[in-house]
Design a protein around this ligand. Structure first.
Ligand code: AMP
Length: 141
């Protein structure tokens, strides 16, 4: 498998070189809104460790990532009044991965509303800012 490329987009977000609509952060994880959401509230959760895929992460860091993902997913279901929830995680181009820093997708779902195809719709920055604030507030409350 290829090695980790420190110039991937999410590594740049972690280093503060690119901006993101932050939802949550702790010492091991960072969460932000997807700029091309497949559903309102499409949120990404990433480890701070430089890992390319699910196969590379230390098991304890993975356990923490999943715990944080569940916390954020609960908040997302509340904030977006979701009827359901889809969690996705892709590895390597053959597995659908496009950005090569491990990440988990949180997708709040509404009955009868299909996911938009990937990378087909760029959300307005003001909308994402508002959604990120609401999610961050729900996580604190
Ligand atoms: P994948 O690697 O297929 O699991 O998906 C990568 C995801 O990253 C896609 O849903 C993109 O819309 C999203 N994405 C790409 N660039 C950014 C960015 N700068 N900020 C937030 N999300 C991004």
């Amino acid at each position: 498998m290829p090695s980790y490329d420190p110039n991937n987009i999410f590594a740049k977000i972690l280093r503060g070189e690119l901006s993101a609509h932050k939802v949550y952060e702790d010492d091991k994880t960072f969460s932000f809104l997807d700029i091309m959401p497949r559903t309102p509230g499409h949120t990404l959760v990433i480890p701070k460790a430089p890992v390319r895929t699910f196969l590379d992460i230390a098991p304890d860091d993975l356990a923490h990532l999943i715990k944080v993902t569940q916390r954020i997913a609960r908040a997302a279901v509340k904030v977006f009044a979701a009827d359901g929830l889809t969690i996705q995680q892709f590895n390597e181009p053959a597995g659908g991965q496009v950005v090569f820093h491990l990440h988990v997708h949180i997708l709040p779902r509404q009955t009868g509303v299909p996911l938009k195809p990937p990378a087909t719709f760029k959300e307005d920055s003001a909308v994402l800012s508002d959604q990120a604030l609401k999610l961050a507030a729900a996580l604190k409350g």
